[in-house]
Design a protein around this ligand. Structure first.
Ligand SMILES: Nc1ncnc2c1ncn2[C@@H]1O[C@H](COP(=O)(O)OP(=O)(O)O)[C@@H](O)[C@H]1O
Ligand SMILES: [Mg+2]
Length: 475
C-alpha cells in the first residue's frame, strides 16, 4: 500500500531557483526509503513539500491516496501523520528543556496534561533521555540532540518519519545509535524516509532508493538495482558503495564468485572463494598424489577451538620439507548465536546461559538494552552493527549472544534466519531465556535451530586416493 505519493511535483524558490522538477514518487507503507543525491539536488526541498511546509507550484502530494489539504487544520493533521526531523537539530529544538521540547507536539494537538506527561515519559525512557530531561537542549551532544528531535516527532505518533541527513555531523557511535533507533521504529511499523549523500548508508540500509540529480528523479528501485548502474551513479556526482568497489576488485582477481553483488559484509564473505592451494609442512615419507588430512584452525589454538577438517592431496614436494596441497573442504563447525530479551533480564538465568553456551562474544542492540547491560555490569564487546558482527564471529567459531529488547528480538531472529537460508551455512541459533518461547520459530523456511554442520557442495571434483574425512560434527 502506498502511503505517500507525489505526482509531477514542481517547486521553485521565490528567487527563481528551480529546486524540484516533475518529480513523481510512491513510497510504500512500512519501508525504509533513502533519497540519495549530491548537495543541491533537491532532497531537502522535496521533504518540505512532503510535509506541507512548502506548497508545490504544480503537481500534487498525496497521503494514503488523499490530496494534501493546505488549510491550517489540514496541515496540523498532515504533520501529525508525517513527522519531519530537520538536518540541523538546532532548527528543530526550541523549548528551554528537553522535557518541554518533547511535550511541544502533543501540547499543540491539545492533549490533556496527564496524557502529555505519559507520552513524554515514554519517549524519555525509550530514547534513554530520562537523566537529561531538565537540561537545556543546547547543552547536549549532537547525538543527544538528534534523539530529542526524533523523540519530539515520535511523540505525535506519526505513520511516516522523514529525516533529512539524519547522520550528518554525528560521531560513529552517535550515528549507530540513531540507525539502531530508525531500524527499531521501522520494525515497529513506521515508514522511515531519509535523505543522504552517503551511498554506503543508502546501499546497505534501504529497502528502496530514489536517486535525485539536478532537481529531477533519475532512478528508483532496490539499492542493488540503482547502484548497479555505475555510470548513472557517477553522472549524478556520487560514488559507488565501497563494498561493491571492493567486491569488483576481488572478482577481477578471481577471489570472489561472480554474479552476486553483496549488500553487506556477511554477504561479501559469502562470495569469497575458499583458498584451494596451500603450502604446508609434511612428513618425509609423504608422496606426491597422496592424501593428507589437515585441521584448519580459526582463531587461537585451544582444546575446544573451532577448526575446519580439510582433506588435501599433495601436488608437489619441496626440498625444505613443505608441500603444495590442494584442499578439499568438507566440514566446518560454525559457532552459534543466542538472542536474549533484556526486558525480562534475570541475573541468575543470564549467568547460566553464558556458561551453558560458553559465550565469548556479547553484543547489545538498542539504547535501553545497552543501558541495562551497563547497569548489570555485563561486558559488552560490540555496540553497533551487532547482528552482522555476531554472524561474522559465529562463522569463525565464536559463541555469541545478542542482547536486545521488545520486538527487536524477533527482528534479530529473522535476520539471522535469513542469513542461514541464503548462505546455506547452518549456524546454530538459539533464542534463550524466559521470553525465548514467544519467538516464532515455526516459520516455514526455518532452519538450523540447534548445533549444525556445513556440508559444502564440492561438485564432482576428483577424489582419487582421497578418503572422506573420518569425522563429522553431529547435528
Ligand atoms: N531558501 C532557498 N532559496 C533559494 N534557493 C534555495 C533555497 N533553498 C534551497 N535552494 C536551492 O534549491 C536547490 C535544491 O536545494 P536542496 O533542496 O537544499 O537540495 P539538497 O537538500 O539535496 O542539498 C539548490 O539549487 C539550492 O541552492
Ligand atoms: Mg539538504
Amino acid at each position: 500500500m502506498i502511503i505517500l505519493e507525489t505526482q509531477n511535483l514542481e517547486y521553485s524558490y521565490p528567487d527563481g531557483t528551480k529546486a524540484i522538477e516533475d518529480v513523481s514518487i510512491q513510497i510504500p507503507r512500512g519501508e525504509k526509503v533513502s533519497f540519495v543525491g549530491k548537495n543541491g539536488s533537491g532532497k531537502s526541498t522535496l521533504f518540505l513539500l512532503l510535509n506541507g511546509t512548502l506548497k508545490p507550484k504544480k503537481g500534487k502530494v498525496l497521503l494514503s491516496g488523499g490530496e494534501i489539504n493546505y488549510s491550517s487544520a489540514g496541515l496540523l493533521d498532515l504533520r501529525k501523520r508525517v513527522g519531519i526531523v530537520f538536518q540541523n537539530s538546532d532548527d528543530q529544538i526550541i523549548a528551554p528543556t528537553v522535557y518541554q521540547d518533547i511535550a511541544f507536539g502533543p501540547a499543540n494537538l491539545n492533549y490533556k496534561k496527564e496524557e502529555i506527561d505519559k507520552i513524554v515519559n515514554k519517549m524519555l525512557d525509550y530514547f534513554g533521555l530520562q537523566s537529561l530531561k531538565d537540561k537545556p537542549p543546547h547543552h547536549l551532544s549532537g547525538g543527544q540532540k538528534k534523539r530529542v528531535a526524533i523523540a519530539g516527532v515520535l511523540a505525535m505518533d506519526p505513520d511516516v518519519i522523514i529525516l533529512d541527513e539524519p547522520l550528518s555531523n554525528l560521531d560513529p557511535v552517535g550515528a549507530d545509535e540513531i540507525l539502531d533507533i530508525l531500524n527499531e521504529l521501522n520494525h515497529l511499523g513506521k515508514t522511515i524516509v531519509i535523505s543522504t549523500h552517503d551511498v554506503d548508508l543508502a546501499y546497505k540500509w534501504s529497502d528502496r532508493v530514489f536517486l535525485l540529480s539536478n532537481s529531477r528523479l533519475i532512478d528508483e528501485g532496490s539499492p542493488k538495482d540503482v547502484f548497479s548502474k555505475e555510470e548513472q551513479v557517477r553522472n549524478s556526482s556520487l560514488k559507488n558503495p565501497v563494498i561493491l568497489d571492493f567486491y569488483h576488485e576481488l572478482e577481477k582477481r578471481w577471489l570472489a564468485t561472480g554474479g552476486k553483488r553483496p549488500k553487506d559484509i556477511p554477504e561479501l564473505v559469502q562470495t569469497l572463494h575458499p583458498v584451494d592451494l596451500m603450502r604446508v609442512y609434511v612428513g618425509p615419507d609423504t608422496r606426491v598424489g597422496e592424501c593428507v588430512n589437515l585441521g584448519v584452525l580459526y582463531g587461537k589454538y585451544s582444546q575446544d577451538g573451532i577448526y575446519e577438517a580439510v582433506n588435501s592431496r599433495v601436488l608437489c614436494k619441496n626440498e625444505d620439507g613443505t608441500a603444495v596441497v590442494e584442499l578439499n573442504r568438507r566440514v566446518l563447525k560454525p559457532g552459534n548465536i543466542c538472542v536474549y530479551n533484556m526486558d525480562s533480564f534475570d541475573k541468575e538465568e543470564f549467568d547460566r546461559i553464558l556458561k551453558e553456551y560458553d559465550i565469548n562474544f556479547i553484543g547489545a542492540m538498542g539504547k535501553k538494552s545497552k543501558e541495562r547491560a551497563e547497569e548489570e555490569g555485563i561486558e559488552v564487546v560490540c555496540n553497533s552493527g551487532v547482528i552482522d558482527k555476531s554472524i561474522l564471529n559465529a562463522l569463525t567459531g565464536s559463541r555469541c549472544i545478542i542482547l536486545t529488547s521488545r520486538g527487536m528480538v524477533e527482528h534479530t531472529a529473522k535476520r539471522v534466519r535469513e542469513y542461514i537460508q541464503k548462505s546455506g551455512i547452518r549456524l546454530s541459533f538459539h533464542p534463550v531465556g524466559k521470553s525465548a518461547a514467544e519467538i516464532d520459530l515455526n516459520s516455514k523456511n526455518d532452519v538450523a535451530v540447534g548445533a549444525g554442520v556445513l556440508k559444502e557442495n564440492t561438485g564432482s571434483k576428483e577424489k582419487k586416493n582421497c578418503h572422506e574425512p573420518d569425522f563429522e560434527f553431529e547435528e
